[in-house]
Design a protein around this ligand. Structure first.
Ligand SMILES: Cc1ncc(C[n+]2csc(CCOP(=O)(O)OP(=O)(O)O)c2C)c(N)n1
Length: 386
């Protein structure tokens, strides 16, 4: 398996892929080039699944745009979009089994969309309605879906990493034929939880797939100030974990790398680490203005590599996609999205009395008293709180 000389031999290789070196220690695996043309020496025939990946990415971008607008109009308090990273997120979803347990950071709602979360489910969470399974207690984009094997999002960076390793160990003990998958940004790799998680996974041999979305920025901190060395995939190698770097703007390469990595995780009951090299085209969230900390030129250059245009071009040239189909999709999805938003806006909000519901097995007397106080205060100031 070794491509790197000396003692480093934990580089995961993929069959039939193009490789970009770009001065990296670990080459970047690619199937679809930036120009929408299959890389030299690679065989790939366009399929229905590729069309599903494209349409899912398009829907995700439409939904993100609408929810960003909803935030700007003051209808929801916060939003974080996946803009530019759709290839990494939807590509990963396409390479997994739908029962693999996902521990996400907060920018991976494309996995939910791929697995069948409805627009209404997204809106109920973002608008904190009575139908939000999280009971309206978290900021928008902090989704949860036990049915779709998507663990509750926590804003605290990297805490999902050790959790996913523990869950993978439990799956191994239970001889389950599924893995856990944990997403994080390159910023998350500076947290202690990242190192603890990788070390536990390697030494306890846990079937967990680490997916690092290296999108170049952790809010206003560029990747160049986040780490030095041979890239993040090399960190997986240094922990004794089979690792690879993948062009995260190439959804076909991501899907293939993920399904290969998943197979390895399951067959060998060991972890695998994938670094997906991509770019965050928009701001970190609605709480920052990225124009203030990075140049326009950098964003314009990154836009040339973005995943949707790339796959779209390939599928049009393969005869599996057309501008007519695209217009139909845009019209139909826009209508569904607007319906879901307007329904969510009309729905009752999640009841404040549920603030500590299902958090503890049994409520302490103090919490019970505080809950009563909250309800009575809201009642006394109905005119203010509605
Ligand atoms: C433990 C912790 N520290 C800091 C923050 C504030 N914070 C929120 S997002 C973020 C940047 C994370 O960047 P990255 O992991 O690269 O993911 P990205 O947002 O780029 O997808 C920071 C520092 C936090 N939520 N949790």
């Amino acid at each position: 398996m070794s491509r790197v000389s000396g003692r480093i031999s934990r580089v995961l290789e993929f069959r039939g892929g193009g490789e970009l070196n770009e001065g990296r220690a670990l080459p970047l695996y690619q199937i679809l080039g930036e120009n929408g043309i299959i890389a030299k020496g690679v065989k790939h025939t366009a399929s229905k699944r590729d069309v599903k990946v494209l349409t899912c990415m398009m829907k995700l971008r439409m939904m993100d745009r609408m929810l960003l607008e909803a935030q700007r109009q003051g209808r929801i308090p916060f939003y974080a979009a996946c803009n530019g990273e759709e290839g990494s997120v939807v590509g990963t979803a396409a390479g997994l089994s739908s029962e693999d347990e996902v521990f996400s950071q907060y920018r991976e709602h494309g996995v939910l969309l791929w697995r069948g979360f409805r627009y209404q489910d997204f809106m109920d969470q973002c608008f904190a309605t009575k139908d939000d399974p999280g009971k309206g207690r978290q900021m928008p984009v902090h989704y949860t879906s036990p049915e779709l094997h998507f663990q509750t999002v926590s804003s605290t960076i990297a805490t999902q990493i050790p959790n996913s390793v523990g869950a993978a160990y439990a799956l191994k003990m239970g001889k389950a034929s599924r893995i856990t998958v944990t997403f994080f940004g390159e910023g998350g790799t500076s947290e202690g939880d990242f190192h603890a998680g990788l070390n536990f996974a390697a030494s306890l041999q846990c079937p967990v797939l680490f997916v690092c979305r290296n999108n170049g920025w952790a809010i206003s901190t560029p990747a160049s100030q986040q780490y030095q060395g041979d890239g993040l995939a090399a960190r997986g190698v240094s922990y004794g974990i089979l690792s690879a770097a993948v062009d995260g703007n190439d959804p076909l390469a991501v899907a293939h790398a993920v399904s290969t990595a998943r197979k390895r995780c399951l067959e060998t009951q060991t972890p695998v680490f994938l670094e997906l090299v991509t770019y965050r085209l928009g701001p970190h969230s609605t709480s920052d203005d990225s124009i203030l900390y990075r140049g326009k030129e950098e964003v314009t250059q990154a836009f040339e590599k973005e995943p949707i245009a790339r796959l779209r071009k390939f599928l049009i040239s393969s005869g599996l996609w057309s501008t007519e189909r695209e217009e139909e999709l845009a019209t139909a999805e826009k209508k569904k999205l607007l319906d879901a938003i307007s329904k969510a806006q009309r729905k009752e909000k999640a009841p404040p009395a549920d603030v500590v519901e299902q958090v503890h097995n049994r409520l302490s007397r103090t919490l019970e008293r505080q809950r009563r106080e909250l309800v009575s205060r809201l009642d006394s100031y109905k005119d203010k709180y509605g």
